[in-house]
Design a protein around this ligand. Structure first.
Ligand SMILES: [Zn+2]
Length: 266
């Protein structure tokens, strides 16, 4: 494999020996790729601080001769300083990177996944959207790209449309299908997650929006929290594991509630 240069986002870094790191990067054309960064922990000049979590960078990657590809050069293309200096935003960015890390196959091109993560990180840094709404949008688009997007427009059991359904509706977490209030009882043994029709409509709207158009949305706190709780149950179920960074996000939120302050982090 000849050397190639690529934009990349740092998803994970693992120490290797005294000085090296094994990095997992998301790139548009080469997808998720693991690379060996020799002397990364002491060679500051070659990598100039680029090897930090969720850093957006420009990388030069070379052949590993049968082993891991080798990171030859890396420089930061967007430092995301505002994001990085706010621990709530950093926690959200870590969660998104962990979702992408868990839900993306290695080696397949990921132009849409790269665009989504890049767009979400820069929007979070520049505050183009409220972080909580951006978190909902990111997870919906991530679910769609990963192939397990919920089907929220009609009841799977009786076929009634969302607009005509009774107020009480729910989502079958396993299938991602909506179940109307009349069909709750007798709907198999799958776990159901209750959602208001307003929350369903907010999910559908954000799923169809991009970050630029969604920047204007104002969610009331009840709808925002309901959408967040649903997605943070739905997505880990389909990934087959609960991201560790989600525990940290949940911890931050509960601490804020204990302190009696309104501070939603996503
Ligand atoms: Zn029904």
């Amino acid at each position: 494999m000849p050397d190639f240069s690529t934009p990349a986002i740092m998803l994970r870094r693992i120490p290797y020996g005294d000085h090296a790191r094994i990095l997992t990067l998301l790139t548009p054309d080469h997808g998720k790729i693991s690379v060996f960064a020799r002397s990364a922990r002491k060679d500051c000049r070659r990598f100039s601080g680029a090897l930090e979590p969720f850093r957006i960078l420009h990388a030069v990657i070379g052949d590993g001769r049968g082993r891991l590809a080798v990171l030859k050069e890396a420089r930061t293309s967007d430092p995301l300083e505002a994001l990085r200096s706010d621990f709530r935003s950093a926690a959200l960015a870590s969660y998104w990177c962990e979702l992408v890390l868990s839900g993306t196959e290695e080696g397949a091109p990921q132009p849409d996944g790269y665009r989504l993560l890049h767009g979400a990180l820069t929007a979070l840094d520049r505050r183009h959207m409220a972080p909580a709404a951006l978190n909902i949008l990111f997870q919906l688009h991530f679910a769609r790209l990963s192939g397990f997007f919920p089907a929220l427009t009609r009841c799977r059991s009786c076929g009634v449309a969302l607009d005509a359904a009774p107020d009480a509706v729910a989502v079958d977490i396993a299938s991602g299908a909506m179940v109307c209030g009349r069909c709750f009882s007798g709907y198999g043994t799958h776990p159901l997650h209750s959602l208001s029709k307003g929350a369903m409509k907010a999910l559908l709207w954000l799923a169809a929006a991009d970050i630029q158009t969604a920047g204007r949305i104002r969610l009331n706190p009840g709808t925002r929290d309901a959408c967040t709780r649903f997605l943070e149950a739905f997505i880990p179920y389909h990934l087959g594991r609960r991201p560790r960074s989600l525990d940290f996000l949940t911890h931050i939120r509960s601490r804020k509630k204990e302190e009696g302050r309104i501070c939603h982090v996503g």
